[in-house]
Ligand binder design. Structure first.
Ligand code: FES
Length: 112
């Protein structure tokens, strides 16, 4: 084991700032090192943060987050996904890929 490596921080990728997240209650990053990521939530309820790959599992459009309805909606053919990524409405059949998310020192991190 290499004592100088910080294992605790491994696997967490910074995707943006808390300021960006809190502005709209969501943070979309199209080109993060782990691909497209959509984080939803705010720092006020950090334990409820959710992150998904927003690429629709139907034909690959980018889904949007509807906070009032608590779901992701695809603009292309109307597929809907719950906050945990599960399909709520066809034509999508597979769930969105989800990630753990956290806030630390003013930044938003997603677990790869
Ligand atoms: Fe999302 Fe078709 S690409 S519903």
């Amino acid at each position: 084991a290499n004592a100088s490596s910080n294992d605790a921080s491994k696997g967490w990728q910074k995707v943006g700032t808390v300021k960006e997240l809190d502005k709209n209650g969501q943070l979309l990053v199209e080109n993060s090192p782990i691909g497209a990521v959509l984080v939803v939530g705010t720092s006020k309820a950090a334990k409820n943060l959710m992150a998904v790959n927003p690429t629709c599992t139907h034909e690959g459009c980018t889904v949007g987050w509807k906070s009032k309805q608590d779901k992701f909606v695809c603009p292309c053919h109307g597929a809907e996904f719950a906050r945990d990524g599960k399909v709520k409405q066809k034509p999508a059949k597979k769930p969105l890929k989800t990630y753990l998310a956290k806030i630390e020192a003013g930044s938003v991190f997603v677990k790869t």
